[in-house]
Design a protein around this ligand. Structure first.
Ligand code: ZN
Length: 254
């Protein structure tokens, strides 16, 4: 007997299947569900928009054995602002690769929440993309239990030094003045970068993106989160390479 369930989900991958079907990976609060959407590629298909990449909706699924089929869906947010902005789309694809690398089929409701908040800001263009990327990387690690120890300087116990050395290998920080020998991968930053890192680790979701970094502090923050994430997760991310190529050549739009 097939069973029915309704889930909130975000499409994080879509693949053409057969004549006119689609297979979509839905990130739900219960983990990733792979769903077959029959006839979703037919011209004028009812659920064409809701089965496209980065659509967020409420999906009614039919489960038959290990398989899920799409019965119906209601839109919650299609993030239209993403779809004409190549840099935003490249970042969303990178987030998707990160999630597919780290999510399981176990309940991880915060991953869906984080992804939706990040897509909202990319779509609305109300935060610098570099900031959205950095917040996503650091908060993802936090949700996975891989966050750095940002309590105080590991040498002298100082809570908020003016200049900070973020240590990648040790996953902590020391004052730039009492650091001794820095490793090449370690990253220097100001006190405001340290405050931003603490904010992203500890903040409630509704305040997660509510901060500003001025001048050189934002690139320092972004450099730190990317280095730390790559160190923690290992491997390479093709979507990150694409994003770097895209942004090194200046701003693009479709
Ligand atoms: Zn110190």
């Amino acid at each position: 007997m097939p069973t029915h369930l309704t889930v909130r989900g975000l499409v994080i991958r879509e693949t053409a299947y057969g004549e006119a079907d689609k297979i979509i990976d839905l990130l739900t609060e219960q983990g990733i569900r792979t769903v077959r959407a029959r006839s979703a590629r037919k011209p004028g298909a009812k659920y064409a928009a809701l089965t496209q990449l980065f659509a967020y909706g409420e999906y009614c699924l039919r489960q038959s054995g290990e398989r899920f089929f799409l019965d119906s869906a209601v839109s919650l947010n299609l993030y239209f602002g993403l779809r004409s902005d190549l840099e935003a789309l490249a970042l969303a694809s990178y987030f998707s690769e990160l999630i597919r690398r780290t999510a399981t089929d176990q309940p991880q409701p915060q991953l869906l929440r984080l992804f939706c908040y990040a897509l909202h800001h990319l779509s609305e263009h109300d935060r610098p993309p570099m900031m959205v990327k950095a917040v996503f990387e650091l908060r993802l690690l936090t949700e996975l239990g891989l966050m750095p120890d940002m309590l105080c300087c590991k040498n002298c116990g100082e809570f908020l030094p003016a200049r900070v050395l973020f240590r990648i290998e040790q996953a902590d920080f020391v004052c730039a003045d009492c650091s001794g020998a820095a490793l090449p991968e370690d990253i220097e930053g100001t006190a405001s970068v340290l405050q931003a890192v603490r904010h992203v680790i500890f903040s409630e979701y509704d305040r997660l993106f509510q901060f500003r970094l001025k001048n050189e502090a934002l690139p320092q923050f972004a450099e730190y989160t990317e280095h730390f994430l790559l160190h923690q997760l290992g491997g390479t991310f093709h979507t990150l390479k694409f994003y770097r190529e895209l942004t090194s050549g200046g701003k693009h739009s479709l």
